[in-house]
Design a protein around this ligand. Structure first.
Ligand code: COS
Length: 382
């Protein structure tokens, strides 16, 4: 049976996230966007409320939520500020390789600090020479006794300047492509770990992004996640989990755009009546609402699929791709409803377009999502 109603627990999680987003995030969203400020005080409050390590099981001190509940929360946070949301959920992305590849000892040792107090972690896969072709990464791992030595550079790393732990993918031999890729948990204090300066970004400006270099960084074998051959699979399975919440993040942007456009359309008058009474505007709002609704349903279904133990590569790629494309369209139309004011930074909608753009690019570009979708689809016709 299909049931779209939320349980009492799901409703209270969503309401708690909505209250936090409205009360703590929204009032600072425009200022952080303008200044490119990383509002650590807000992230600390998010941690205190249990909004940060959503995917970490309760036995390791995390929130232990299913993907569906994570998506309810992420959508609400993103309605207030997608940039802050990116920084808040980056721990889920960075800690997932530990959940997927770590032993129980590693999970306790590496995850406990994140749940005991506020800490950030970063997921380090993308490199300057390529992001989409993850199998061709160049950061080298060389075994030296009971350590590995890492050399290379990662880029576009969310929370890179502030993270205390990096989950890093490196290759023992680039000619082996994905079969040579190994996953590691690398503490920031490791000698030879060098976070770069913060990038100036078009959107998500409340989130910090940097390079992270590894210059002969010695990582104990005890911090290798999974077997030497398993790194690529861990990275792919991580992204299968985390692309669905990006669908929720994009849905939150689309919801915010519709909220602003509908509200403005009732207040703005032209030709003697509110523009909401013109069919040209009504048609736009109706199309925006349909795109938003479809994005949410696809995201919910992907979350449900994964929560029910199915791999969900296809569904999460569809949710991420469709919802972020929808967020772009809806934000674009919201600007059109606002007219000239929509183009001005004094109004909230131009930020939504800049924020939506990144959702089409990160955690795998939407071109990569379409490749994943097509491969999964065609395999079913074999
Ligand atoms: N789960 C588990 N294993 C997977 C997998 C998944 N979702 N996807 C692929 N694999 C496995 C394959 O089964 C294959 O294993 P075998 O050789 O044992 O059969 C191996 O990984 C290689 O797979 P494939 O041949 O499909 O790899 P490609 O090099 O063609 O790349 C894509 C596949 C394009 C999907 C991958 O490189 C990708 O996702 N790129 C985008 C990376 C990304 O999202 N970066 C953003 C980082 S976060 S901002």
């Amino acid at each position: 049976m299909v049931d779209f109603s939320l349980t009492e627990e799901q409703t209270s999680l969503r309401d708690m996230a909505r209250k936090f987003a409205k009360g703590e995030m929204a009032p600072h969203a425009a200022e952080c966007d303008r200044a490119g400020r990383f509002p650590e005080e807000i992230y600390r409050k998010a941690w205190e409320l249990g909004l940060m390590n959503l995917n970490v099981p309760t036995e390791f001190g995390g929130s232990g939520l299913g993907l569906f509940e994570q998506c309810l929360i992420v959508e609400e946070l993103s309605r207030a500020c997608a940039g802050m949301t990116t920084s808040i959920i980056a721990n889920c992305l960075a800690l997932e390789p530990i959940l997927l590849g770590g032993t129980d000892e590693q999970k306790h040792r590496l995850l406990d600090p994140f749940c005991a107090s506020y800490h950030l972690a970063s997921f380090c896969l993308t490199e300057p020479s390529g992001g989409s072709d993850a199998g061709s990464l160049k950061t080298r791992a060389r075994r030296d006794g009971d350590h590995y030595v890492l050399d290379g550079e990662k880029c576009f790393i969310t929370n890179g300047p502030f993270a205390s732990l990096y989950t890093v993918f490196a290759t023992l031999d680039p000619s082996l492509r994905h079969k040579g890729i190994v996953a590691f948990a690398v503490p920031r204090e490791t000698h030879g770990v060098v976070p770069g300066k913060e990038e100036e970004k078009m959107g998500h400006r409340a989130s910090a992004t940097s390079t992270v270099r590894f210059e002969g960084a010695r990582v104990p074998v005890a911090n290798r996640l999974g077997a030497e051959t398993e790194g690529f699979s861990i990275a792919m399975r991580t992204l299968d989990q985390t692309r669905t919440p990006i669908g929720a993040l994009a849905t939150g942007i689309a919801q915010a755009a519709l909220d602003h456009a509908a509200d403005y359309s009732k207040r703005r008058q032209t030709f003697g009546k509110p523009i909401s009474e013109h069919q040209a505007i009504q048609i736009k709002l109706a199309d925006m609402a349909q795109a938003l609704h479809a994005a949410r349903l696809l995201t919910w279904q992907a979350a449900w699929t994964i929560d029910h133990g199915q791999p969900g590569s296809l569904e999460s790629a569809m949710a991420k791709c469709f919802a972020s494309d929808a967020a772009m369209r809806v934000a674009d139309e919201a600007i059109q409803v606002f007219g000239g004011y929509g183009y001005m930074k004094d109004y909230p909608v131009e930020k939504l377009l800049r924020d939506a753009k990144l959702a089409q690019i990160y955690e795998g570009s939407n071109e990569i999502q379409r490749i994943v979708i097509a491969r999964e689809l065609l395999a079913r016709y074999a």
